[in-house]
Ligand binder design. Sequence first.
Ligand code: HEM
Length: 495
Amino acid sequence: MELFEILLLLILGLTGWIAAKRILLFRKLAPGPYGLPIVGSLFHLLKVDAIEEFQKYKKKYGKVFSISAGDFYVTVITDYRLIIDNLKKEEFQGRPDFELWEARNAGKRNRGVLFCDGPVWHEQRRFVLRGLRDFGFGKESMEGMLVHELQDLQNTLRKDLGHPVNLSGVFNASVLNSLWYIVTGNRFELSDPTLKTLITLLIDNIRSSLITTPALFFFWPVKYGLIGRETFKNSLKFRETIRKLLDTVIDEHLESYKEGEIRDFVDAYIEQIKTSSDGSSFHSEEGRKNLYSVLLDLFVAGAETTSTTLQWCVLYLSHNPHVQKKVQEEIDNVIGKSRPPNRGDKPRLIYLEAVLNEVHRMCSLVPFSVYHKAVQDSQIGGHFIPKNSVLFFSIYDSHYDEDYWGDPKTFRPERFLDESETKLIRHEPLIPFSSGKRQCLGETLARDTLFLFFTGLLQTFTFEIDPECANNGLRGSPSFVSSPKPFKVIIKERK
Ligand code: HEM
């Protein structure tokens, strides 16, 4: 036999073996579309709205189905009971091994909190939760700062009364500024150019970057410049600028750090670095790298999510003026117009809370949560889940389950109130911040920020949809974070 024939036989044998292995695995996985060889259903999903497409798969294959996406197998879980039960399990707390996430965290995925797993994640998450609680979350000082931010926001909006305005940039600045203050101890004037740069780097760039594209699942063509070369180059450039900015914050803190005088979250982290021993993820240079990743995680995960939810609030209320009026009447009765809101008002603003819940449900901001990974072979709903495969826990489907909600597509805050409309009803499938061990660690701040900003805005202004955008619809963009199509509102100051 010629060498060429031997090689051909070997290649055919290997291809057959890989194909057979794949078919055998597919038979064990939850049912789903086969997709194309190598890329699977990836490019098909790119062309369509994944939420819409998944509704078709759900009808055809059932509430748990699988897809192959580039180098990964993905199981999509759309049943709320299975979502909540499985989000509690240790074996599903991993994060996928995406190469793009490695590049973001200085060459190693397993740093920080958001994309990290295992013992390092446990250690970092515990510290970050405690640190944020000590330096803001739920504290009176944080509330004072948020009210200050709210008043600045109100003054900014007063400059734009009476004509159509797009609020997204304005909300971004206020929310990012609050977070920046809690974490670094400093705030910017809303007009400060550094704040504008930060927004571009942390929010606008993330929205348009590779993280929302199939590159996450199928990275090598991007890495070797076959596709998305420009986007990749730009995202590297952006990452360098963010790195310099956050490194400056860390360096300044290191220089002015005084033992026993902890001023803010970054100081608390530095204290941890200085007192930790070898083997800990806080130790020495690795500790500094983790600090960088933690800061990036907090700003990326915290700024866009909260400001986009605020945009959804304004959009839904400007489309539902009767709801807006009812919220304003409640605010007038409980707070009046002469003082700003505070967290103590929350238990008496029942209807407003119901509206916030309904906005969380309808917008389902992070529709498939942050992707999880199975860290061992396992099962969900009787289907095989292979080790290292990706899990989409569909928050969207939990929020739109017809059997549970009845009329999920209708904006109806009353569903969160009892019959007398004096008590809030808790609905288990409402999980905007996810559930279980990885549940959003900024939830307290996000809820407080949304409550104070939303209440303060409706206390002062009425929002009307610009007639030019009235038919834009209320569907979110199909992306990692679901944002409304750009819209404008006309703001009127309340008398
Ligand atoms: C309306 C606002 C927000 C929403 C809807 C939201 C939603 C979520 C969701 C769905 C997850 C994924 C949980 C999972 O993996 O199952 C998450 C994780 C996370 N969020 Fe939020 N979030 C919001 C605001 C914030 C804020 C203000 C911060 C920071 C201060 C923050 C920091 C984080 C972090 C660090 C994680 C990763 C947690 C982990 O992997 O252990 N989020 N969030």
